[in-house]
Design a protein around this ligand. Structure first.
Ligand SMILES: Nc1ncnc2c1ncn2[C@@H]1O[C@H](COP(=O)(O)OP(=O)(O)OP(=O)(O)O)[C@@H](O)[C@H]1O
Ligand SMILES: [Mg+2]
Length: 343
């Protein structure tokens, strides 16, 4: 099966190769340095002007994975949810869905590392000037991390992004949303579903996404601690304000299953406050996932945990790993159903 094999698959070379350079990020109206195109990204609406929401080209459905808080597991879940969905065969399609991941964390992109693509070359362009996604494990991905100037020192790489002002961030987000060609190799069918990994907080990026793009749902990630819940409330309120439907919440790191005794330990406290918050806000709980060592190792090693059944690590994780897999699979089913698609 070509899909989901652990082999690095680079997009086929197109006649018009890389025409842009991200090493000269001087123009805030075109921060990614893409060749100018006639059908440019829509503009942010002026105060009081009409909102111009558009569909992302060649993408049928869009789900954002977000949270008001940093470090709760958004990127980990975005990547693993994408694989969980991509591995399921849905009868309505008669095949597995075509799923991609877009990392909109401009200042702290994690997708390249989590996908094992941190050393990949810059993406290539199609002849019409769109950026081609970079593929690994069978899944197409796009991230600011692929577009930053390569440097032997990570610190320098990060510096390249953090000097950007708000307007450049907004423009980069627009280009990532509208100037990526999600069709394989720039032709053929597009994606059934794009999972968007959001940066922490309720700033410009989620606002730009919600105002410019038709987003079919937001999955809000939380951990059990009170500080996380407060931020999650803000995140839900923000998406509601910009009319993005809330698909549901996921409680991440809800507990730890001891590999030797299989007892559940609620390391970060009881899930009761989270459950009652979700019920008060009328938001479904899609899943409660345990803390699993292999999930973290998978993120760092670029091989997502949902791809590593029956490995030595999953044996060491014991029951917790199996519980995590089944909880993730059920979240994926519910996300799919929320899109109006049946099993
Ligand atoms: N269920 C889990 N079990 C074990 N480790 C986890 C789990 N969920 C997340 N982690 C680990 O927690 C760390 C933070 O996760 P991640 O980067 O996905 O969070 P984030 O919300 O995307 O952060 P940021 O807000 O900075 O983008 C990572 O090292 C990840 O591997
Ligand atoms: Mg992240």
């Amino acid at each position: 099966m070509a899909m989901l094999s652990a082999k690095l698959v680079q997009p086929p070379l197109r006649p018009c190769l890389k025409l842009f350079s991200t090493t000269h990020l001087t123009r805030h109206e075109n921060p990614l340095g893409l060749p100018l195109r006639s059908n440019s990204a829509p503009q942010m609406p002026r105060r009081g002007g009409p909102i111009q929401q558009r569909h992302i080209p060649h993408v049928k459905k869009v789900i954002a994975v977000a949270s008001g808080k940093g470090g709760v597991g958004k990127s980990t879940l975005a990547v693993n949810l994408a694989f969980a969905l991509a591995m399921k065969k849905f009868s309505i399609l008669g095949r597995r869905p075509r799923v991609g991941i877009l990392d909109l964390d401009i200042f702290g992109p994690s997708l390249p590392t989590m996908m094992g693509l941190q050393h990949s070359d810059e993406p290539t362009l199609t002849s019409s000037g769109s950026i081609l996604p970079i593929i690994n494990h069978g899944l197409p991905t796009m991230s600011m991390g692929y577009l930053l100037p390569k440097s032997t020192e990570n610190a320098l790489k990060e510096d390249a992004a953090i000097v950007w002002r708000g307007l450049m961030v907004q423009k980069a987000v627009q280009q990532l949303l509208f100037d990526v060609d999600w069709r394989e190799g720039g032709h053929g069918p597009g994606l059934d579903l794009l999972i968007v990994d959001m940066p922490p907080g309720t700033g410009d990026v989620p606002l730009t996404l919600g105002q410019l793009v038709v987003v079919d749902g937001a999955v809000i990630v939380s951990t059990p601690q009170d500080v996380s819940l407060a931020d999650v409330r803000r995140g839900i309120a923000m998406f509601r304000k910009i009319s993005v439907p809330i698909t549901g919440t996921i409680l991440n790191q809800a507990y730890f299953v001891c590999p030797s005794c299989t007892t559940q330990h609620q390391l970060f406290g009881s899930p009761d406050a989270f459950r009652s918050m979700a019920s008060t806000l009328g938001v479904p709980v899609l899943s409660e996932l345990p803390l699993v060592k292999g999930v973290s190792i998978g993120g760092d090693s670029g091989i997502p945990y949902s791809l590593t059944a029956n490995s030595q690590q999953t044996e060491m994780d014991g029951a917790g790993g199996a519980v995590w897999r089944s909880a993730l699979a059920s979240a994926a089913d519910r996300v799919w159903k929320s899109l109006g698609q049946e099993g």
